[in-house]
Design a protein around this ligand. Structure first.
Ligand code: COA
Length: 329
């Protein structure tokens, strides 16, 4: 059998807006408290776009940082893949804006929508290209501006989300590092628990039939929570089991940062100490498709990832979508 190249993360970058919205700021907007938000979610603050800013600015910034770290030029890129559900425009895509801004003249570019699992979905798509084209270099981005789709009058959702971008460069591995296995999952049977209807084609703009609140993220949080904990655990255990591994083999787990209690539940089910599960939700809130690449970048910068480490990334999101990626760093 022909031996295909493993794809590995050659470099990463991240960028978040300067503006910080603290729990104290939210206390002035809705009936909530720092105590409630901290205890129920683990979030202390989040970065959000200022009026007039766009998320492509941060996607480009994160990408430039990743290119620099990989010692690559924009024209070395063969493909740009951007996971997002909040692009600057519906057309052109966010990845095209990044392509133009970087001057990545030899790259194809497209967006991918898989909600909070978007980055892991995009990473596995890029992995397939690398396995068949070992010379390719692919820029994989997760970028979100959820603050633009947040109902600032709904206290059950507005405390949760933040904006930001993370980017990685994927290329063929020159050693034993790289993506070992992955799971992509989807279950549309409960789609109505988490929605963002306005802006899609079901309702034309300014449709009087659509209540104003439907132009923002709507969620039945408690129900979403139950699905999230069940699926995160299932995917993590399945990936470990089919690769003949146990959780003690893992050097680090990077879960989607949606709620500290969901992360803690996963950690307990995997029987892992706190230092083996990466958490930065207190600083950024839930940045959807950007959450895992931002966390990955911070983990790398903090020296939490060393060559040869076994890394598990796991996510869930609206739809519902689920994903897990197991890789050797
Ligand atoms: N501040 C204060 N009280 C709040 C509040 C807020 N920001 N938001 C909700 N509450 C209240 C509710 O009104 C409710 O009051 P009641 O008991 O008087 O009816 C009470 O707190 C409990 O609400 P509930 O929704 O059951 O809380 P919870 O413990 O489930 O926490 C979430 C709410 C949203 C934090 C939690 O359900 C969650 O994180 N769910 C998953 C969300 C997620 O991951 N989404 C993204 C998918 S990628």
């Amino acid at each position: 059998m022909e031996l295909r190249a493993l794809s590995s993360i050659l470099a990463c970058g991240m960028a978040v807006p300067e503006r910080i919205l603290t729990n104290a700021d939210l206390e002035k907007l809705v009936e909530t408290s720092d105590k409630w938000i901290t205890e129920r979610t683990g979030i202390k603050e989040r970065h959000i776009l200022r009026q007039g800013e766009v998320i492509s600015t941060y996607a480009v910034q994160a990408s430039r940082e990743a290119l620099k770290q990989a010692s690559l030029k924009p024209e070395d890129l063969n493909l740009i893949l951007c996971a997002t559900l909040t692009p600057d425009f519906l057309m052109p895509s966010l990845s095209i804006l990044v392509q133009k801004e970087l001057g990545a003249v030899k790259a194809g570019a497209f967006d991918l929508s898989a909600t909070c699992s978007g980055f892991l979905y995009a990473l596995t798509v890029a992995d397939q290209f690398i396995r068949n084209n070992p010379n390719w270099k692919i820029l994989v981005i997760g970028a979100e501006a959820l603050s633009r789709k947040t109902n600032w009058r709904d206290r059950s959702t507005c405390v949760l989300f933040g904006d930001g971008a993370g980017a990685v460069i994927l290329g063929a591995s020159e050693n034993q590092s790289g993506i070992i296995d992955f799971i992509l999952g989807a279950d549309g049977s409960n789609w109505s628990l988490l929605t963002l209807k306005g802006g899609g084609s079901a309702y034309p703009p300014f449709d009087p039939e659509l209540p104003e609140e439907e132009y923002f993220i709507k969620m039945q949080g408690r129900e979403v929570f139950k699905i999230a904990v069940r699926m995160m655990e299932k995917i993590a255990l399945e990936l470990l089991e089919r690769n003949g591994l146990s959780s003690s083999d893992l050097s680090l787990v990077i879960p989607h940062q949606a709620n500290l209690r969901i992360i803690e539940y996963l950690r307990e089910r995997l029987e892992l100490p706190q230092d083996k599960v990466f958490v930065n939700i207190h600083k950024y809130g839930n940045t959807s498709a950007a959450s895992i690449p931002i966390a990955l970048c911070e983990a790398e910068r903090e020296g939490r990832l060393k060559k040869g480490d076994l890394l598990l990334m796991v996510s869930f999101g609206g739809g519902f979508t689920f994903a897990g990626v197991l890789m050797r760093w």
